[in-house]
Design a binder for this molecule. Structure first.
Ligand SMILES: NC(=O)c1ccc[n+]([C@@H]2O[C@H](COP(=O)([O-])OP(=O)(O)OC[C@H]3O[C@@H](n4cnc5c(N)ncnc54)[C@H](O)[C@@H]3O)[C@@H](O)[C@H]2O)c1
Length: 248
């Protein structure tokens, strides 16, 4: 069993879905999760669920990941309380799907801010603490759409492609300080984000998955656990696809 005993792990967008599952999985492995989400009611539910299932209390901060002041404040409060951050998972993300020629500038800006700028903001602040510690693990949740593109998702694909490029740069800049940075590119994972897709689109996507099923948040959390663990200490700048073989 991979252990994250006593590690402080900040996970963005952890009120529900993949982020919550990562927080729960990390708590089961011994970490103290620091939850962060823009929706306070989700945060409280996630905190309660983690406490009930693992006996571990979490820190929980309301934070809009696209807002630099709120990001700085969240990191500061975590460091003031716990003194260090061992693991950062940049998970928060949204979609605003539309064909390129119909896409509004505001939907472009929103998706790029929440999905990509947030990774820059959090990495910049947390990296300073990790550099002092001379250790750290950064795991960014990208998407296979950031590698292959997808009709109707120009903003999302560009943001996730950007996350992958930012991850590789982070790995190159921070490696000498004992910090690894990797990305996970999930395929089609069953969460609220994908529940809103039309049934025929879901069936069409599922037919393209060699393993014959949609992914679960746990499938993604397992990869995040590995990348955050000591066992992954020599892996950096990589993208692990968790997509049931959908993209090879
Ligand atoms: N579900 C999939 O199939 C899939 C596939 C590939 C990648 N991903 C990525 O995985 C990540 C998690 O997706 P999910 O499916 O769990 O989505 P989700 O919508 O279930 O959860 C996203 C969480 O992020 C939070 N969030 C949204 N905007 C925020 C903001 N500005 N500040 C802070 N928190 C914010 C939401 O409140 C929510 O709790 C996203 O980055 C998504 O792009 C998901």
């Amino acid at each position: 069993m991979l252990s994250l005993d006593n590690k402080i792990a900040l996970i963005t967008g952890s009120g529900r879905g993949i982020g919550k599952e990562i927080a729960l999985t990390f708590a089961k492995a011994g970490a103290l999760p620091v939850l962060c989400d823009v929706r306070e009611e989700l945060l409280q539910e996630a905190r309660t669920e983690i406490l009930q299932k693992t006996g571990k209390d979490s820190l929980a901060f309301v934070c809009d990941v696209a807002n630099a002041n709120q990001v700085e404040e969240t990191v500061k409060k975590t460091l003031d309380t716990k003194g260090r951050i061992d693991i950062l998972v940049n998970n928060a993300g949204v979609t605003r799907d539309q064909l390129l020629v119909m896409m509004s500038e505001s939907d472009w800006d929103l998706v790029l801010s929440i999905n990509l700028k947030s990774v820059f903001l959090f990495t910049k602040v947390v990296a300073k603490a990790m550099m002092k510690q001379r250790s750290g693990r950064i795991v960014n949740i990208a998407s296979i759409i950031g590698i292959m593109g997808n009709a109707g998702q120009a903003n999302y694909a560009a943001s996730k492609g950007g996350v992958i490029a930012l991850t590789k740069t982070t790995a190159r800049e921070l490696g000498k300080r004992g910090i690894t940075a990797n990305a996970i590119a999930p395929g089609f994972i069953q969460t609220a984000m994908t529940d809103k897709l039309k049934d025929e689109i879901k069936q069409e996507l599922q037919s393209q998955i060699p393993l014959g099923r949609l992914g679960t948040p746990q499938d993604v959390a397992n990869a995040a656990l590995f990348l955050a663990s000591d066992e992954a200490g020599y892996i950096s700048g990589q993208v692990i696809q968790v997509c049931g073989g959908m993209l090879t």
